[in-house]
Design a protein around this ligand. Sequence first.
Ligand SMILES: O=C(O)C(O)[C@@H](O)[C@H](O)[C@H](O)COP(=O)(O)O
Length: 293
Amino acid sequence: MSDERAESAAAPAVGREMHSPADREGSASAERYGAPPTVIVHPDADLLAKATAARIVTRLVDVQAARGTASIVLTGGSIGIAVLAELAEVPARDAIDWRRLEIWWGDERFLPTGDAERNETGAREALLDHVNVDPGRVHAMPAPGGPDGDEPERGAERYARSLHAAARPDDHADVPSFDVCLLGIGPDAHVASLFPEQPALYEEERTVVAVHGAPKPPPTRVSLTFPAIRAAREVWVIASGEGKADAVRLALSEAGPIQVPASGARGRSRTLFLLDRAAASKLPAGLAAPGAL
Ligand SMILES: O=C(O)C(O)[C@@H](O)[C@H](O)[C@H](O)COP(=O)(O)O
């Protein structure tokens, strides 16, 4: 066993990159779903949010320098919104050309526009109300009482049409190749509103679906599906707290995405698991690295 392998029996190292067993062994599942995950551990939730905000600035600035416009998929949830709040505070945030940023959502709670529980509302309050975004490029997911009436299915179809319209021929999918797709993860390993064993996980054609009976309230939601998420160039799964440690462990194991949805969330070029130490406390054997604090 190499020194590196021998050392890796210890707990996770903060700030150090680790690669999943699928990455090292080139497993079939890794090839099927895109880039194998890289794990980066930060000391605590606060630093995780700050470091992820800084990472977003760098990523979007790089993409805009290369291609002019950039795109990001936002997530709801506590750490997802905390990252956006940190992004609003970073002085370097103004290096991003906010007018040339396309903003999408990975999922939405099907609640009226302005409802405090909507992911959109959280994102607006934390970030979007404080930067110079182009309102025409902020693609909120549907709400009841809008042009789709109270049917999330119709809203999902309309969102899918918007994504389709934004896709370019070289995107190789019916959605744009998002430059960054942010995803939180639930204790049950859900990502976006793709909950274990639910029908949405089997979707191979539609890019957006309505979700009913979600175990996390509210029960009615709209979500991107795996075909849309996997079209992203980079998928970043962000997790903080001990309550996510089991889900993170399973997502980085050889589990399948029907039981462990986060294991199916992969970017085409890069998949990052951005964790705090508590969320990284149960990483699979072989993923842990030396120097844990
Ligand atoms: O609508 C939502 O709640 C989500 O988008 C969901 O997928 C969330 O990101 C995770 O459940 C993590 O949420 P927490 O960080 O709050 O646990």
